[in-house]
Design a protein around this ligand. Structure first.
Ligand code: CDP
Length: 807
């Protein structure tokens, strides 16, 4: 080896493969304002559409008069449900097996529901047209509270379902009932409660909130009348699914539909489903033969597109006096709004809520969920979570704290006592999941040591004593949260969307010069896929990540995939990428053997190429193999070096983490200060530690927002009172606390590279940490559970209700 020969370390570093903090390649365009978003698209002759929306939450639509609107200069058409009926599109199917009005048909069921679509030469003319459409409404009684929606004499919301005693997920027990879903063994669980030495029961609500990506939902539809082809550029997290849905409902051949997701400014679940705007823009383009753009404004996004959470969870835990849990019983009243448009895999009406046993070894459990219609916007999306996992984690993590309080045990000790032990994996939970791997005790102990948990508890005790002596008006809370996620939907045995199995895909094509392109079925909405997918390929086949271009989001070029949401990209597409790379490597090995004149079995892999076993100087680099693939392959072999993989995962992956929040609250003002927030995440093999840290920072910031104030709130008439960023808490850098991050690594045993997802984890684990901190702060004043969100006013109110002003 001469001085110029790179060392093994240098060869590895040059690849920028897995484990490397590779800088995000997509940021070159984003930081220079050169991203290409839907609203950047300006096509010749493009028209603009905008909605007339209902001011009422529940009303009969008596008439719609468009005469004056059509006189507004620039207004070309006003589309109503009657227009859509002529093409059989007044209603559309939802992902949850329900149907949903595209435009108000006879009545409206939530405030800001789409009533008519005005098409004009520009956005301003469309807006003027909207103001001239006259809609006559007859207001009807409004139901906002899901508990009241189940009253015998509650108004009938869905008249279209009159007399239907069965829905997509079984029997309906009331005119506003959607489904009941039960899991677990009721008899055994009831028996465990009868025998229990200690029990707790609490109604734990997870309020309605909204994913609110900075870029709202939008699309441009362009119908080519001559070719009969429809192109849709949209902010889609799952472009292939959108293409299939459009084909099925618009009866257009699927090969004549081109769906393109350009750069997407955040998704968080908001951009998974199909909205009336997409249908109306497509119909308007088909009718006019011109491209039609539809772009939501912020109020529309917050009030009419998919909400998240709104779960009301009656939680019961049975335990021994020593704190060993013996049973879990949860009933959920799930408010789905006006239509059941939840974005869950078909067979899971409450998503993966049955992960509610969390990280604990519950011998028995029983869960029942009732889905309910109310006069609120439809949706129920996984806002940075994997199909209701966030609700489940909040439920069990609050439940464990409440149990600890009743037992007068430390909440961390209670958790350590009940964790699933390392040697129990793969672990079968009482509610039906097989957890792939975990080492909870190590993670929890690392968290406790790093933050000096014992020292913090001591500090809290001193602070409480000082409060009681009247020396301070601040109370201190420690919010412990230990979560287990379930991500990577999913295995075809139990996960599909509209009948399509939830696999994902990758196609890799290597070029002669040792570079290539990878096309993947996912769609980054900010997670940095262009950076990390190339890193997987770099490690697998020894081509530098910089030489691999990653492309997603165009249904004409990317292989069919189910898209990006629920942290599924790494567990599913990440595996497809590794498998496609391995197919390439297998062919490369045959080419190298032929060129080196040895048998394939005599070769071994070495960082960026093959070498002959026992003859380390006899090598062929992957770069040279690429060249050979195009000019001298073995006789009988096809030239070229490319592969495609469709990966159907055998199981989900189960990332986990230990979080702690240290908070102080001023009881006179309700003002809180986050003194410290430490988050330890275990997502198995780490592809890019810098991107993981960014994901954790972003997710924690959203968790902070949700727990401490972010809410979609309605008044009794069904008006949304938090419909703008003036009222809906969107933290800026000023409010956002400092995050300390840490990790352990417990690889997934079934994933080709051992990776689990991470994007959702900080939201899932963060919310209970904040809420437990608030509740822990107030617990010594006699409080058991204070509902989220914990904004200043509610903290002040909690203090007042606990009588701290009595003296
Ligand atoms: O589906 P989504 O992209 O939202 O979530 P994810 O699979 O958790 O990935 C988010 C980002 O973190 C991607 O760029 C991943 O490649 C990266 N990641 C990683 O570097 N290592 C992991 N073990 C998991 C994710």
């Amino acid at each position: 080896m001469n001085d110029m020969t790179p060392t093994r370390e240098q060869r590895t570093a040059a690849l920028e493969g897995m484990g490397c903090k590779r800088k995000r390649v997509e940021d070159a365009r984003f930081t220079q304002g050169k991203g290409n978003y839907v609203d950047d698209l300006k096509l010749p002759g493009m028209l603009h559409g905008d909605f007339v929306r209902s001011p009422h939450a529940h009303a009969r639509v008596k008439s719609i008069n468009s005469e004056e609107a059509l006189k507004v200069p620039g207004v070309l058409a006003v589309i109503t449900a009657e227009t859509l009926k002529t093409v059989n599109l007044a209603w559309m199917p939802t992902l949850a097996g329900d149907v949903q009005m595209v435009l108000a048909d006879g009545k409206v069921l939530f405030q800001n529901q789409e009533v008519a679509f005005v098409v004009a030469t520009d956005r301003y003319a469309a807006d003027d047209g909207i103001n001239k459409v006259v809609v006559e409404y007859e207001p009807l009684p409004v139901v906002i509270d899901p508990f009241k929606a189940m009253d015998k004499d509650a108004p009938v919301l869905r008249e279209d379902l009159a007399g239907k005693t069965t829905g997509a997920h079984g029997p309906r027990k009331h005119h506003n009932h959607i489904f009941e879903w039960t899991v677990g063994d009721k008899d055994l669980t009831d028996a465990a409660f009868r025998k229990a030495e200690v029990t707790i029961k609490e109604m734990i609500s997870y309020h309605r909130t909204h994913p609110s990506p900075l870029e709202t939902c939008q699309c441009v539809c362009s119908f080519d009348k001559i070719k009969g082809e429809l192109t849709i550029w949209g902010t889609f997290q799952a472009p292939h699914v959108i293409r299939t849905v459009v084909s099925l409902i618009a009866k257009l051949p699927e090969q004549k539909i081109h769906v393109i997701s350009p750069d997407v400014g955040g998704g968080f679940g908001n951009k998974v489903g199909a909205y009336p705007g997409y249908i109306c823009a497509a119909v308007a383009s088909i009718v006019t033969g011109k491209p039609v753009k539809w772009v939501e404004d912020r109020i529309e996004n917050l009030t009419a597109t998919s909400f998240a959470r709104d779960y009301h969870m009656t939680t019961e835990i049975a335990a021994t006096k020593e704190g060993q849990v013996t049973g879990l019983r949860v009933h959920v009243l799930a408010d789905h709004g006006a239509f059941d448009a939840c974005a869950d895999p078909s067979k899971w009406p409450a998503g993966f809520f049955n992960i509610v046993t969390g990280s604990y070894d519950f011998p028995v459990a029983h869960l029942s969920v009732d889905g309910i219609y109310t006069n609120k916007a439809p949706g129920g999306v996984a806002y940075r979570c994997s199909f209701r996992v966030t609700e489940a984690a909040y439920c069990i993590e609050r439940g464990m704290d409440i149990l600890a309080q009743k037992l007068k045990m430390d909440p961390a000790e209670l958790r350590l006592k009940n964790f699933i032990r390392k040697e129990q994996f793969p672990y079968h939970s009482a509610l039906g999941w097989e957890y792939d791997s975990g080492d909870y005790h190590t993670a929890m102990r690392k968290m406790m040591e790093t933050v000096d948990y014992a020292g913090l508890r001591k500090q809290q005790a001193e602070k409480r004593a000082a409060f009681k002596r009247g020396e301070t008006r601040e109370i201190m809370g420690l919010g412990v949260s230990f979560f287990t996620e379930i991500v990577g939907a999913g295995p075809s045995k139990n996960c599909d969307i509209l009948g399509i199995a939830m696999f994902d895909s990758c196609e890799i094509r290597l070029h002669p010069t040792g570079a290539g392109i990878a096309r993947v079925g996912t769609k980054s909405t900010g997670q940095g896929h262009e950076t990390t997918w190339a890193q997987i390929i770099a490690t697998e086949i020894g081509i530098p990540a910089d030489n691999i271009m990653v492309e997603e989001g165009n249904t004409d070029t990317a292989p069919y995939g189910l898209g990006t949401y629920g942290s599924r990209s790494t567990p599913v597409a990440g595996a497809a990428i590794a498998m496609a790379a391995r197919k390439i490597k297998a062919k490369a090995q045959m080419i190298a053997a032929y060129k080196l004149e040895v048998h394939e079995d005599d070769l071994e892999w070495d960082i960026d190429g093959f070498r002959v076993k026992g003859l380390p100087e006899k090598t062929m680099s992957m770069k040279d193999i690429c060249w050979a693939a195009y000019n001298s392959v073995p006789p009988g072999m096809e030239p070229g070096l490319e592969a495609v993989s469709y990966y159907d995962p055998p199981n989900m992956t189960y990332p986990f983490g230990a979080y702690i929040c240290v908070m102080e609250i001023d009881v006179d003002t309700g003002v809180y200060k986050i003194k410290r927030f430490y988050a330890l995440d275990d997502c198995g093999t780490r592809i890019n530690p810098m991107i993981i840290e960014g994901q954790v920072h972003g997710g924690l910031t959203e968790a902070f927002a949700i727990a401490m104030g972010q809410e979609i709130r309605y008044d009794p008439e069904g008006n949304v009172v938090t419909g703008s960023f003036m009222d809906f808490f969107m933290p800026t850098a000023v409010e956002t606390p400092h995050w300390e991050t840490d990790f352990t690594v417990t690889p997934s045993p079934h994933h080709p590279i051992g990776a689990k997802g991470v994007g959702e984890s900080p939201n899932v684990g963060g919310v209970p940490a904040f809420s437990n901190a608030v509740n822990d702060a107030f617990s010594f004043l006699g409080s058991t559970h204070i509902q989220m969100p914990h904004d200043y006013w509610r903290n002040w109110k909690a203090a007042k209700n606990l009588g701290v002003f009595a003296a």
